[in-house]
Design a protein around this ligand. Structure first.
Ligand SMILES: Cc1ncc(COP(=O)(O)O)c(C=O)c1O
Length: 390
């Protein structure tokens, strides 16, 4: 057995990889588990996306290596998108870098800016990749707590009292996954001022901007943000293109060039067909998001119904692809509750502890299943738990 790199010490396999294997195993035993866990959109992308991909397949150059910076047309499409949705001007030549999904961007940013021992502020609860990538890059994870009392937003005043000399980078993500908390202009202003004052790179991860959110915001709208902020966007959730792997990094020319230095040594340009398809997706505006959100609203009502039945408290104002609910006070923890639900009713709901200890008492329901599946899930859960009460 060859010894593994110590870079992997303490980095677990992504929770969902293990859970999905368990669900597959249950399915192979005939359980037909309903998975309300993972945030992988089940709805199709705009029709032009598929047409565009098929259309370019006969071009000879699709088979060739593509530019590390991607097609100029794709960067222009992202620049237009930023202008029309966020009223933010970005130079397509220098301030935008398309990526193979925003998750890879989290790794690229980490490898570009974190040296051995640098500290990284990560939200607890938050998307697990921030901490994992920090660790893989040799950094020290410094979780900052989010909770219902502070409205799931960082307490900048409290943070400012701490010794932050070793902190290089801070991850923020609004609409926040898993809680659904929305961004405000005021929060972004505070974060930009904090980054400037303490010389910390504020990295905003923004994949849920348009999901059940009437006022999408970019941190780059904030005055003076470019110098101290990077922002990740993604087509995974907003255009139902999670499997296509398209995201984008936006920020100052010098920060983008720094990330490109790492990225160009790690991968090569994105497949041209996908780039062309992404351009077609980005051309879709408000109407696209409205019809998408209508469908999510129907599903969300049923997710609330399940949360109500399970005795969980949740915020009806949440944005993003999930409903986040606090389990009843008398229960031991969300992991046990999630397992109990899975084994009694063959419905999987994500326990909040996978996003950090602040999620120990929460469950997260994903809206990525059709209404009839939600109805069946409710039926199974209510049947299993009512039977027990009798
Ligand atoms: C907060 C957050 N950031 C990033 C990602 C990764 O998105 P992408 O598909 O663009 O890599 C996810 C995916 O679930 C997410 O929830």
């Amino acid at each position: 057995m060859i010894e593994l790199s110590n870079r992997l010490d303490g980095v677990g396999t992504y929770y969902f990889a293990n859970k999905l294997a368990q669900i597959r195993e249950m399915n192979s035993n005939g359980d037909s588990v309903i998975n309300l866990g993972i945030g992988s959109p089940d709805l199709p992308p705009p029709t032009q996306v598929k047409e565009k991909l098929i259309g370019v397949l006969s071009d000879l150059d699709v088979n060739q290596y593509q530019s590390y910076r991607s097609l100029p047309e794709l960067r222009e499409a992202f620049a237009k998108w930023y202008q029309s949705h966020f009223n933010t001007s970005l130079d397509p030549k220098t301030e935008l870098l398309p990526l193979i999904g925003s998750k890879e961007g989290i790794m690229h940013i980490s490898m570009t800016f974190i040296s051995e021992g640098d500290e990284v502020l990560v939200p607890n609860p938050g998307y697990p990749a921030y901490a994992a990538c920090c660790k893989l890059a040799g950094g020290k994870i410094r979780p900052y707590p989010l909770n219902a009392e502070n409205g799931w937003i960082p307490d900048i005043e409290e943070l400012s009292k701490e010794d932050l000399d070793g902190v290089k980078l801070m991850w923020v993500n609004y609409p926040h996954m898993p809680t659904g908390t929305r961004a405000t202009k005021e929060l972004f202003e505070k974060l930009v001022a904090f980054g400037r004052k303490r010389n910390i790179l504020i990295c905003h991860d923004n994949p849920y901007a348009f999901i059940l959110n009437e006022e999408p915001l970019s941190i780059l709208e904030t005055e003076g943000a470019k110098e101290f902020c990077l922002e990740l966007s993604s087509l995974s959730k907003c255009y139902n293109m999670a499997g296509w792997r398209v995201g984008c990094l936006a920020g100052s020319e010098s920060n983008i060039n720094a990330v490109l230095k790492f990225k160009s040594n790690m991968d090569s340009g994105m497949f041209k067909g996908i780039q062309e398809a992404a351009i077609a997706a980005l051309a879709h505006g408000q109407d696209w998001f409205e019809q998408l959100n209508e469908q999510y609203k129907q599903r969300r009502k049923l997710a609330w119904k399940i949360m109500d039945f399970l005795g969980c408290q949740y915020d009806k104002e949440g944005a993003g692809l999930f409903v986040w609910g606090r389990i009843p006070k008398h229960l031991a923890g969300a992991e046990n509750y999630s397992e109990e639900i899975l084994h009694k009713s063959r419905v999987f709901i994500t326990p909040g502890m996978i996003f950090g200890s602040q999620g120990n008492c929460y469950l997260r329901i994903s809206l990525c299943s059709p209404v009839d599946v939600f109805e069946l899930a409710f039926e199974r859960i209510s049947h299993a738990f009512n039977k027990e009460k009798k």
